[in-house]
Write a protein that binds this ligand. Structure first.
Ligand SMILES: Cc1cc2nc3c(=O)[nH]c(=O)nc-3n(C[C@H](O)[C@H](O)[C@H](O)COP(=O)(O)OP(=O)(O)OC[C@H]3O[C@@H](n4cnc5c(N)ncnc54)[C@H](O)[C@@H]3O)c2cc1C
Length: 383
C-alpha cells in the first residue's frame, strides 16, 4: 500500500460506505454554505434536520433510540469528513449530550430525547463553563433551588457551543450550595423552548470557528421539572462530567488529526503550483523538509489516535490516554498548521485561503473541553 494511502485499523466495508455517504452529504449540503454560515456566525437553522435525515447525527447511538447503531468509528468518520471539508458544525456536542443521556438517563428520558436529537428536531448544548469558572468546575455558581416538583434555576453560562439553536441544554448546576465542591453539582436537562426566564445572548465574536455559534445563556428563575435531573439523584454531576469528558476529548483528537492531515494535503498542492526563483516552492529543500516533518507528526498522531479509537470501541480506553491524545494531538495540529501557513507566504495570512482559516480555527482546540494544562495534570496524576 502506498505510504499516503494509510487506512485506520478500525475501518471496514460498512464504515467505508458510511464515509462515502457522509462525504457526499457534507460536500453537497454543507460545504457550499460555509461563507454564509461564517457571516451569520452559525449554521442555518434547518442544517440540523438535514443532517438528521442524512444519518450523520448520533452515529454511535443504538438504533433502538433512533441513532445510527454504529460505534465510535462512525462518529470518527463524521468528524473527519467535516474537518476535511473545513465545516464547523456542532454535531460532536449533539453526540456528547446523547451519551450523557444514554449513560445516566431513565428509559423515559432516553425515549423522549434521543430519537429527536438523532433526527435533528432537537439541538443539544452542554453548559458547564461560567464567566467566573472554567477549568475549576467546582467553583460554578449557577444554582437550582428545589420548589415542589420543579427546580428554579438562576445563573449564567458562557462560551456555549450551539446555543443559538439549542433547545435541550445539559446544564451543570449546584443543587445544594451548602455541600462542598463536587458533591453540590448536578446535571439537569433543560428544555428551553418557550421556557420563561431563559435567554440566549448574541453569538460571541471569536477569532475563528465563525461558522459555529458560541453564546452566553442566562437563567432567571427558570422552572425546570425535577424529573429532568440526570442520574436519579442529586450531587452526581461532577462525577458524570469526569466520566463523559474523555469521549468529548477523543472527538477533539479526531478533528485535530483530520485537520492536520488536510493542512498537509492543501499545502503540498500549493507549494507544487506556486513558483519562486523560477521553480515550484516544492523544489526548495526547506519546503520539502518542513512538509516531511509535518507529515511525520501527522502520521504519528494518526497512529496514536487510531490506537485510542480501537481501545475506546473495545471499552478499554483509560482517562490518561484520552488526556494525552487531546493534549498532544491538538498541540501537534497547531504546530503543523502554523508551519503550513508559513509555507503559503502572505497568502497564508489571507482569510480567503483555507489554511488561514484553519490556523484561526485550530487555536481553540488547546483551550476547550479541558485546557491542555489540565490535560497535563491528568497525565501527571496517572504517573
Ligand atoms: C469556542 C469555544 C467553545 C466552547 N464551548 C463550550 C461549551 O459548549 N460548553 C462549555 O461548558 N464550555 C465551552 N467552552 C469553554 C471552555 O471549555 C473553557 O474556556 C475552558 O475549559 C477553559 O476555561 P476558562 O476559559 O474559564 O479558562 P481558565 O480556567 O480561567 O484558565 C485560564 C488559563 O489558566 C490555566 N489553568 C487553569 N487552571 C489550571 C491549573 N490547575 N493548572 C495549570 N493551569 C491552569 C488554563 O489552562 C488556561 O491556560 C468553550 C470555549 C470556547 C473558546
Amino acid at each position: 500500500m502506498p505510504f499516503t494511502a494509510y487506512e485506520s485499523p478500525w475501518m471496514n466495508d460498512e464504515a467505508r460506505m458510511f464515509r462515502h455517504s457522509v462525504r457526499q452529504f457534507v460536500e453537497k449540503e454543507f460545504a457550499p454554505h460555509q461563507a454564509r454560515w461564517r457571516e451569520r456566525r452559525g449554521p442555518d437553522a434547518d442544517a440540523w434536520v438535514r443532517a438528521g435525515r442524512a444519518g450523520i447525527l448520533l452515529a454511535d447511538v443504538p438504533e433502538e433510540f433512533g441513532g445510527g447503531g454504529g460505534s465510535f468509528a462512525h462518529e470518527a468518520v463524521v468528524l473527519e469528513e467535516l474537518a476535511r471539508a473545513g465545516v464547523h458544525f456542532g454535531c460532536a456536542i449533539q453526540s456528547t449530550v446523547a451519551h450523557y443521556i444514554l449513560a445516566y438517563g431513565t428509559e423515559e428520558q432516553k425515549r423522549r430525547w434521543l430519537p429527536r436529537l438523532a433526527r435533528g428536531e432537537r439541538v443539544a448544548a452542554i453548559a458547564m463553563t461560567e464567566p467566573g469558572a472554567g477549568s475549576d468546575l467546582q467553583a460554578i455558581r449557577a444554582a437550582a433551588r428545589r420548589d415542589g416538583e420543579h427546580y428554579v434555576i438562576n445563573g449564567s453560562k458562557t462560551f456555549i457551543t450551539n446555543a443559538s439553536h439549542a433547545d435541550l441544554v445539559c446544564l451543570a448546576v449546584k443543587t445544594d450550595p451548602k455541600l462542598a465542591g463536587m458533591r453540590a453539582i448536578s446535571l439537569v436537562m433543560v428544555e428551553t423552548r418557550e421556557l420563561a426566564g431563559y435567554r440566549v445572548g448574541r453569538p460571541l465574536e471569536k477569532i475563528g470557528m465563525h461558522g459555529q455559534d458560541t453564546c452566553e445563556i442566562f437563567f432567571d428563575e427558570a422552572r425546570v421539572p425535577v424529573a429532568n435531573l440526570l442520574g436519579g439523584a442529586e450531587g452526581r454531576g461532577f462525577a458524570q462530567m469526569m466520566e463523559q469528558l474523555p469521549y468529548e476529548r477523543l472527538q477533539i483528537g479526531v478533528g485535530a488529526v483530520a485537520s492536520a492531515e488536510q493542512a498537509v494535503a492543501i499545502t503540498t498542492r500549493y507549494v507544487k503550483e506556486r513558483k519562486a526563483f523560477g521553480k515550484p516552492l516544492f523544489d526548495l529543500q526547506n519546503t520539502r523538509f518542513k512538509l516531511a516533518e509535518c507529515m511525520a507528526q501527522a502520521r504519528i498522531g494518526r497512529v496514536f489516535l487510531d490506537s485510542c479509537i480501537v481501545r475506546l470501541i473495545a471499552g478499554e480506553l483509560d482517562e490518561a490516554s484520552t488526556a494525552l491524545a487531546k493534549y498532544w494531538l491538538t498541540e501537534t495540529q497547531c504546530r503543523i498548521i502554523d508551519e503550513c501557513v508559513q509555507l503559503h507566504g502572505g497568502y497564508g495570512y489571507m482569510s480567503e485561503y483555507p489554511i488561514a482559516r484553519m490556523w484561526a480555527d485550530s487555536r481553540v482546540q488547546r483551550i476547550y473541553a479541558g485546557s491542555n494544562e489540565i490535560m497535563k495534570e491528568l497525565i501527571a496524576w496517572s504517573l
